[in-house]
Design a protein around this ligand. Structure first.
Ligand code: 5GP
Length: 119
């Protein structure tokens, strides 16, 4: 859980526009975009733009407050657009915690009881 932020992680590259992403919503501080390997229809990721926090333990409280406010707004938009039966909000910290991209992010995963999860 401790270490240096890698400025060449995939989400840093997305923020710099070096690799493409399908953006859902953004402002000066936050970007929400589609997960390229979605676990369900409408799987969205949300990240802070300026922070170099790799995980929840490192993030500045002000950045986290903005990020979670945007998380709620985006979750509501996903709910309106897709009308899922449920929404899983997920967040992983460290290799062993299931994290694969080391720029703090939250997952918004719409769920339907009748559909299998992918991935
Ligand atoms: P983690 O396990 O770190 O919480 O999740 C990282 C997420 O990033 C995974 O769900 C994975 O599908 C997604 N991901 C990996 N590479 C890319 C990419 O190049 N573009 C996008 N949009 N998502 C990615």
């Amino acid at each position: 859980l401790h270490g240096d932020y890698d400025p060449d992680n995939i989400f840093a590259k997305i923020l710099r526009g070096e690799i493409p992403s399908v953006k859902v919503w953004e402002d000066e501080h936050v970007l929400a975009f589609m997960d390229v390997f979605p676990q369900s229809e409408g799987h969205v990721l949300i990240i802070a733009k300026q922070s170099q926090a790799r995980n929840l333990l490192e993030v500045e409280p002000e950045v986290l407050a903005r990020l979670t406010a945007a998380l709620q707004r985006t979750a509501k938009a996903v709910e309106q657009a897709l009308q899922p039966e449920g929404l899983a909000i997920m967040q992983f910290n460290g290799d062993a915690g299931g994290q694969t991209v080391f720029h703090l992010h939250f997952h918004i995963i719409p769920r339907w009881s009748s559909r299998e999860l992918k991935g």
